[in-house]
Design a protein. Structure first.
Ligand SMILES: Cc1cc2nc3c(=O)[nH]c(=O)nc-3n(C[C@H](O)[C@H](O)[C@H](O)COP(=O)(O)O)c2cc1C
Length: 192
């Protein structure tokens, strides 16, 4: 079954080269994220770009906030902090809040653009949020939801054994019949 190339090729890979990314490439990644749809066009995404080569106090503090399991991301030339707050997007009376949903759409758009640029983009929840918040001077009403490491493919030999295995693993997904239904929840369809 043929899918859009960028969707097919995207994987959360960890072997990243530290080679810096051109500023125009960074601009395209950000632009792609901002082209995502959002409720009432509220555009609740807030993105902070941190370049490794700059070795800014902000970059160093975000890098230090990653969990040990995410040490591979220290090779990435760029880290993006993706943040939002519920007040930035639709909050419906019945409890539906759309900020996180729309932030995710922006993050996916950035990831697909990264694939298009020949890069890996790997989202992470594994970081100390309070440290990231302080590092990038995030206002208290915003939540640092995700850090995305982006870089060109690098040397997998620098990864630990488990990560090296994951690097060449097949995509692992639930069966479509567990997550997609026809007409009624739980109702399968022979074409799915
Ligand atoms: C919100 C989110 C948080 C994630 N956090 C981490 C993380 O902290 N460390 C990590 O190595 N991978 C992380 N991942 C990557 C997932 O493990 C990966 O996307 C998943 O296993 C599916 O693999 P694939 O993206 O290659 O298809 C995260 C992905 C998402 C979307």
């Amino acid at each position: 079954m043929e899918l859009l190339n960028e969707i097919e090729k995207r994987r959360a890979r960890r072997a990243l080269s530290s080679q810096p990314l051109a500023r125009d490439c960074l601009a395209r990644l950000i632009k792609a994220a901002t082209f995502a749809p959002s409720c009432f066009n509220n555009q609740p995404w807030r993105m902070i770009v941190l370049e490794k080569a700059a070795a800014s106090p902000e970059y160093e503090a975000v890098a230090a906030a990653l969990t040990p399991g995410n040490a591979w991301a220290l090779a990435a030339p760029v880290l993006f902090v993706f943040a939002t707050g519920s007040h930035l997007d639709c909050r419906l009376d019945d409890g539906r809040d759309y900020a996180y949903f729309d932030l995710g759409q922006a993050a996916m758009a950035l990831q697909l653009q990264a694939v298009h640029e020949g890069l890996y983009a790997h989202p992470m929840a594994g970081f100390a949020p309070a440290k990231v918040r302080t590092a990038v001077h995030l206002p208290p009403e915003l939540v640092p939801v995700c850090v995305i490491a982006v870089g060109a493919p690098g040397d997998a030999a620098l990864l630990n054994e488990g990560q090296q295995k994951a690097e060449v693993s097949e995509r692992n997904r639930k069966n479509v019949s567990e997550v997609a239904f026809m007409n009624s929840y739980g109702n399968g369809a022979d074409f799915l």
